[in-house]
Design a binder for this molecule. Sequence first.
Ligand SMILES: NC(=O)c1ccc[n+]([C@@H]2O[C@H](COP(=O)([O-])OP(=O)(O)OC[C@H]3O[C@@H](n4cnc5c(N)ncnc54)[C@H](O)[C@@H]3O)[C@@H](O)[C@H]2O)c1
Length: 298
Amino acid sequence: MSKKTDTPPVETIKRVGIVGAGTMGAGIGQISALKGFQVVLFDIKEDFLKRGRTQIETSLAKGKARGKLTDDDLQRVNENLITTLKLKETAQCDLVIEAVPENMALKKEIFQELDALAPDGTILSSNTSSLSVTEIAGATKNPDRIAGLHFFNPVPLMKLVEIIRGERTDPRIIETLKVFAQAVGKTPVIAKDTPGFIVNRVARPFYGEALRLLGEQATSHETIDEVLKEAGGFKMGPFELMDLIGLDVNFAVTQSVYEAYFHEPRYKPHIIQRRMVDAGLLGRKTNQGFYTYDSKKA
Ligand SMILES: NC(=O)c1ccc[n+]([C@@H]2O[C@H](COP(=O)([O-])OP(=O)(O)OC[C@H]3O[C@@H](n4cnc5c(N)ncnc54)[C@H](O)[C@@H]3O)[C@@H](O)[C@H]2O)c1
């Protein structure tokens, strides 16, 4: 029996805890701190926290160079964001956003810990791209306070946020998350807990067919990207996007949607993805994916 059922969710979120200071966690921390929330960013190693801080500093510097951010903005982020190696400190927030790798066992473990550490009324959310929020919540004692809060990459630029309602999510939490998403400058859309939700579901064939074309040696990945940008009007081609997202992350999402739909052939992963992940060719984060990147320039 859930002990949180009678506890109204916090209507005003002031402190945001983030678990995982990687690409997404650092980005979510950055925009939350920029909009005046107190952010407590957690990771398992000091080096990972440092890397997260560097990502934030680089992004802020770019924003300033483009005239989108002022020195006051940079100072506000600096003042509002702290990092920690203690999960307990992150759990003591009004809203916790988990952004660790796309792995169900890991997410369940973290939500069990968070559920035990967080005070009543704290909302626990996952930035998962495709895993079942209902299944993650089912591993805890209080599934009613758990929802999906799915930001897109790069977080400072992408407007959309999917709010995912698990089978047992308290509807009041969805409303609170909607207000939070708007407060950090995003456009929320609410979706039920289906594999891939909305965006990652419709995006599967975008990557899948491009990979099959490449696998059949129809043409080069550069050409496929160019054609989709020129003729299709996409801002980025599928291979550029996989490099941006991370080949590992994209492969994990593909596998999870494929599994969740009982091996529906339309969602089948491609051997190219597996080989590249095995080889550590993960895209921009390793400076090599389908394209080669210069880390200094980046
Ligand atoms: N990369 C994208 O384009 C993208 C977009 C939307 C959503 N997502 C989702 O966001 C989540 C995170 O993805 P990412 O791209 O930021 O991954 P990432 O690999 O860049 O970052 C993950 C972070 O989690 C940390 N971590 C690992 N184990 C941990 C633990 N036990 N406790 C705390 N932190 C731990 C890692 O040190 C790392 O800093 C995934 O669920 C992913 O599917 C990713």
